[in-house]
Design a protein around this ligand. Structure first.
Ligand code: 5AD
Length: 352
């Protein structure tokens, strides 16, 4: 590499462009260079998004899933997991409590569960919008018609991680879908005017720095409004039980490089990071992240949404979890956003 690493960081912080080779170079940097990368990402975050950290209340409303993703504890083949579905009224009451706690966005996430048909979700979204909440849906692959109905009902955002940008690896890990199909969904969501979130897992077997660079370039190409990046955590009831967990340091570098590439994106300090290493949530907030998604799912269901074991925040009440996260944000000299935290990009008309 002819160019020096400091130059690459300096230029990326100014122009928000990187080649695949440069990304691979940054992902492998160490010590002093890593500190420079993190500091540059932190400055870009501050310049474009300020000090506010957005809190999104996560409601995990069903752990039924028809899919068999090889890394996920919710895969339908996991017969040891006790399954639950929240009723629409339970979901609504949970959102009401989240609103009372101060949340201005709720994220409705579930396994791919067809029990919740398009009309059920649409009616719920309508009710939630009347509370003055921004609504993010994360219900997996659905039809264009369903996405359209939910958008018309007022849903603001949709999260659908691409998981890995390597089509072969994607196929090996996801027997139920192809990368192409997932990318199609992301384009449909974009066309419907959603703020779109995607993201990937770091530490999947068969992944390398080149694959990870492709993940970041894909997020850049999609120009996503949100991107979640978390380390892989092995779940004992999956085929990947014996694969080692993903590296926290590499995950933090991925977040930092993505911040350089996408200065306006909302990037969460993910729960998966906090699960592997308690301190990494703070570190993520200091190298590009500006969002935390505390779990507000009723306590009796929380531990059953076991995508991976010992998920951070599972054993604390939602009120306490929120308090701890606010303390962390304050200790970092940052503040908690009080608005709905829409994408700052101009192409979106906030739905109020
Ligand atoms: N380790 C890390 N992340 C996982 N996810 C699912 N299973 C795991 C795991 N074992 C992530 C996927 C999914 C999100 C809800 O959780 O990225 O999109």
């Amino acid at each position: 590499m002819g160019k020096n690493i400091q130059n690459i960081i300096f230029n990326a912080a100014k122009r928000h462009e990187l080649t695949k080779e440069e990304i691979i170079f940054l992902l492998s940097c160490e010590d002093f260079h890593k500190d420079s990368l993190f500091a540059a990402a932190d400055r870009v975050r501050e310049k474009y998004l300020g000090d506010a950290v957005h809190l999104r209340g996560l409601i995990e409303f069903s752990n039924y899933c028809k899919c068999s993703c090889r890394y996920c504890g919710l895969r339908c083949g996991n017969k040891k997991l006790k399954r639950y579905r929240m009723t629409i009224e339970e979901i609504y009451q949970t959102a009401l409590r989240a609103h009372a706690l101060g949340y201005r966005t709720v994220v409705l996430q579930a396994g791919e569960d067809q029990y919740y048909d398009a009309d059920k979700i649409a009616a719920l979204v309508c009710r939630l919008k009347k509370l003055g909440l921004a609504v993010t849906l994360s219900c997996g692959i659905r039809s264009y018609e369903e996405y359209r109905l939910w958008r018309e009902a007022g849903a603001d955002r949709y999260l659908l991680k691409h998981e890995t940008a390597d089509p072969k690896l994607y196929k090996a890990l996801h027997p139920d879908s192809s990368l192409e199909e997932r990318l199609d969904c992301l384009l449909q969501l974009r066309r419907l005017g959603y703020q779109v979130g995607s993201g990937c897992i770091v530490g999947l077997p068969g992944q390398n720095l080149e694959t990870l660079a492709s993940d970041l370039l894909l997020l850049k190409e999609l120009d996503v409004e949100m991107a979640g990046i978390g380390p892989f955590i092995p779940h004992p009831e999956t085929p990947l039980a014996s694969v080692p967990k993903g590296s926290v340091e590499l995950t933090l570098k991925m977040i930092a490089v993505l911040r350089l590439l996408l200065p306006l994106a909302h990037l969460p300090a993910t729960t998966a990071l906090a699960t592997v290493d308690h301190d990494s949530r703070a570190q993520a907030l200091c190298c590009g992240a500006n969002v935390v998604m505390p779990n507000v799912t009723p306590q009796k269901y929380k531990q059953l949404y076991e995508i991976y074991p010992e998920k951070a925040g599972t054993n604390v009440a939602s009120t306490q979890n929120r308090r701890q996260i606010i303390e962390l944000i304050t200790a970092l000299g940052r503040k908690v956003a009080t608005d709905q935290g829409h994408s700052p990009k101009e192409r979106f008309q906030a739905v109020s």
